[in-house]
Design a protein around this ligand. Structure first.
Ligand code: SF4
Length: 97
């Protein structure tokens, strides 16, 4: 049976061509403060979202472009995430996994 590779190890071999502008935006932090479940903190395997100083922060540079955060936010949160793909061919360049 082949040896299992951890998610962290798989992500470690991916490569990014970083856009200067974030492709993820929080429309209104007040929506996040009132968001009970905050699913964005749970669904993203790259931990793009953090809850710091009573606000959501977004580390778009780590985004894997799964868009799970957008779906979770709009289905189970308060719909604050605005999300689009990075400009041109910028963003994640998958190598493995
Ligand atoms: S799920 Fe959406 S509304 Fe809720 S905290 Fe996260 S970004 Fe804000």
């Amino acid at each position: 049976m082949p040896e299992k590779t951890s998610v962290e190890a798989r992500l470690g071999v991916d490569k990014w061509d970083l856009d200067r502008q974030s492709h993820i935006r929080i429309a209104d932090q007040e929506l996040c403060r009132k968001c009970v479940k905050k699913p964005c903190l749970i669904v993203c395997p790259a931990k793009v979202y953090r809850w710091e100083n009573n606000a959501i922060t977004v580390n778009y540079a780590a985004c894997l472009e799964l868009r799970a955060c957008y779906v979770a936010c709009h289905e189970y949160g308060n719909g604050a995430i605005e999300w689009d793909y990075p400009n041109g061919a910028k963003g994640i360049v998958f190598r493995y996994g």
